[in-house]
Design a protein around this ligand. Structure first.
Ligand code: 5GP
Length: 195
């Protein structure tokens, strides 16, 4: 069991509706030492690739992506949620349905910060059905950038996002893959996922 799986077992809370709350250490209060370790682990896994930019989505991907970007020594860019009326010309856009809030957001990245010379590592906190990732992939494609890999802190392996993104041929690596979880017994099973 790796450091993130251990922490999920210790402090994660399972909510009805397939939601895993990790807000005591990852996406509300943040354990910065844990974030550093996550950054180092993604660097270890993707350092053989040429990465020029880390790309994530507002809001909960930002801290993890920052930690990863520090290790690679490259800029981090996050897709911003935008009201469609505010969208100005020089942006790439994608529509992303939020798993947790059940609404749709238009997300944008300025054309100034992503282009065809970029080799992108996409980072996010969770992978459920893959909408957030599809949006980030689509923005990278619009920019003509190369997606070198995708790093996810926690993948819920019983939802279809991971399978569909891997089927598209992306190098998707998740630090913890939850195979099953039960909110009544608060039990979690992880997929054997050591690299
Ligand atoms: P997807 O787009 O893959 O369906 O969902 C991924 C996004 O939804 C992530 O960016 C994350 O913010 C949020 N999310 C999905 N499932 C969970 C969950 O179980 N717990 C938390 N805290 N966030 C989740």
């Amino acid at each position: 069991m790796n450091f993130l799986e251990e922490r999920i077992l210790k402090d994660g809370v399972i909510r009805e509706g397939n939601v895993l709350k990790v807000d005591s250490f990852l996406n509300h209060q943040m354990d910065v030492s844990l974030l550093d370790k996550i950054g180092e682990e993604f660097h270890r896994r993707f350092s053989h690739k040429k990465i020029t930019k880390i790309l994530t989505i507002e809001a909960s991907g930002i801290a993890i992506a920052y930690a990863v970007a520090r290790c690679f020594g490259v800029p981090m860019v996050f897709a911003k949620k935008a009201k469609s009326i505010n969208i100005e010309g020089d942006v790439y856009t994608a529509e992303v349905e939020s798993f947790t809030h059940k609404n749709k957001n238009q997300v944008i990245v300025s054309k100034k910060f992503l282009n065809c010379d970029d080799h992108v590592l996409i980072i996010d906190d969770f992978l459920a059905n893959g909408c957030a990732l599809q949006g980030l992939i689509s923005i990278s494609e619009s920019a003509g950038a190369t997606v070198e890999g995708i790093g996810i802190a926690i993948e819920k392996g019983f939802q279809y996002g991971g399978k569909s993104i891997r089927n598209l041929g992306y190098d998707l690596q998740s630090l913890a893959i939850v195979e099953s979880m039960d909110h009544v017994s608060q039990s979690i099973c992880f997929r054997n996922n050591e690299i």
